[in-house]
Design a protein around this ligand. Structure first.
Ligand code: GUN
Length: 287
């Protein structure tokens, strides 16, 4: 089984991004900027946000961190997002999800200027993606495509199954695979027998958000397995990360798979940096 080393692909891609950021700085006399907004105290979100800020520093993107208390009102959040929309130093605005339940995610995302939406979560950017005219592609699905490209895994004509239908991963993943000429099936929490579908697939992307959901018996021999899951578990007092797939069962059966950690995760952040730079360049053209 070939290990699809997302961390190694991310290192290479981040070098390219750093060079392009440097060119941007030379021509514009300023760095691209990413604002990261975190509401509340969710510890997993705090880790993600810290990693995003660190990654910005690595490639020369300016980051603006906004940590707001759990009790933040919709109005306060709207005021902040409006200010960031108008701030010329800010090319991307990322509101870390999930938001506290009180705050309607759809409302909050609708305030982000689509020209500054590096997650591709505004309805305008989702629509542009759907119609094949994307401004940017969602970070995780785009990162998965980069990993497959790096390892020369062909997609055209293949049977692909995406497990999960979120706006942030499942739906745009299915779209990108269709754009690459795969025949795509989408499974989700109400699919009676997910295994029935995944067992036929040449390529399975698992973004179900359920720890250890799938294992060897769910995949065809020689399939390619991409695991988008990210779960924390405590083993012998130590916190470990694991995915939606029981990775340890796969060797000797599937042809290639991404591990967790070190698979898709590092590529999600890498494509966030990529998208922020793309948005900065696109705003120059629009003026
Ligand atoms: N929460 C988990 N992953 C993500 C992501 O990629 N973007 C945002 N905004 N929130 C997330």
């Amino acid at each position: 089984m070939q290990l699809l080393d997302g961390k190694a692909v991310a290192v290479k891609k981040r070098q390219e991004i750093a060079e392009n950021v440097e060119e941007f700085i030379q021509s514009q006399q300023r760095a691209p900027g990413l604002a990261v907004v975190l509401v509340g105290e969710d510890p997993a979100s705090a880790v993600y946000v810290r990693n995003k800020i660190k990654a910005c520093e690595q490639v020369g993107v300016l980051s603006f961190e906004h940590r707001l208390p759990e009790r933040t009102s919709l109005k306060e959040l709207q005021t902040l997002i409006t200010r960031l929309n108008q701030d010329d130093q800010v090319d991307g605005i990322l509101v870390q999800l999930p938001l506290p339940k009180r705050l309607n995610e759809h409302d909050v995302l609708s305030w982000i200027d689509p020209q500054k939406d590096p997650d591709g979560l505004t309805t305008e950017n989702l629509g542009l993606m759907l119609s094949g005219r994307a401004r940017i592609y969602s970070c995780t699905p785009n990162g998965v495509m980069e990993i497959l490209k790096h390892y020369d895994i062909s997609i055209e004509g293949k049977l692909a199954v995406v497990v999960g239908r979120s706006n942030i991963v499942g739906k745009p993943m299915a779209l990108l695979l269709q754009h690459a000429n795969a025949t795509v099936t989408v499974c989700h929490s109400r699919t009676p027998d997910i295994s029935l579908h995944t067992k036929q697939a040449d390529l399975v992307v698992v973004a179900a958000g359920k720890k250890a959901l799938l294992g060897k018996k769910d995949f065809k021999q020689g399939a390619v397995v991409v695991d988008v899951g990210m779960h924390r578990e405590v083993v012998d007092g130590k916190t470990k990360l694991c995915g939606d797939v029981r990775f340890e069962e796969l060797d000797g059966w599937v042809s290639a798979a991404t591990p967790v950690p070190g698979g898709v995760g590092p590529m999600t952040i890498t494509m966030l940096l990529h998208n922020t730079l793309q948005l900065a360049k696109q705003r120059l053209e629009v003026g």
